[in-house]
Design a protein around this ligand. Sequence first.
Ligand code: MLT
Length: 266
Amino acid sequence: MPIKRIEVGGAALSVLDAGAGETLLFVHGFPLDHTMWQAQIEAFAPRYRVLAPDLRGFGLSDARGETVTMEEFAGDLAELLDALDERRPVVFCGLSMGGYIALRFVDQFAARLRALVLCDTRAAADSAAAAAHRRKLGEQVLAEGAEPVADAMLPKLFAPRTAAEKPEVLAAARRVMAATHPVAIAAAQRGMAERPDSTALLPTISTPTLVVVGAEDAISPLDEMRGMAAAIPGAEFVVIPNAGHMAPLENPAAFNAALEKFLARS
Ligand code: MLT
């Protein structure tokens, strides 16, 4: 699959750019990279232009900055679209941290959106305790490397069935997390800790929206995501069975079918 390196704001970002047609922008979660979208890339690139970047500091992209806010990640993506000469409104599909970034993208660049897909994410800000915990974990990663964050996150990301039946999926995610640069992990943790509450934005979203959650998501609870969908005018809500927080990876058939249906309707 064709990977490009694009200079954005002083850092080289790596982006998979495959296929032709309407553009689907897939934005990964933390602390992962674009490879989490492999099943979507394979399914949609034959009919769409699929862009799957590695966010600043993740995957093969350069790190820059002690803190990277969700606004900065959103700004990087807008610049990336410009650099790729993609001026048409895109379908922005973001998972978890990718969803936090999607909501900031809505706030700053609504005109660049043709549709929005929010996967296993939240609109609320962190509680003070959660933000403090993130900052502490960021410091620990800078001192000890990425392993502690991989150890802490892996059990929360996947449904028990995925862990039992698809150990290779967990092993691949662990490899990506453990290989992520500690500076990037700490910078994104700080950025997530200080992200604003996007709840008030939800009723103002006028772009067609799909909200998707794995039935057993332990990080972005199902009821909270149902509430998020209810707050966005006309949003569709889909629960993916046999999946936790990483729904597109854990049950790609159900996820891709939901996305396909949404794209055909919206
Ligand atoms: C993610 O999957 O991106 C993370 O769970 C986001 C977070 O730590 O809040």
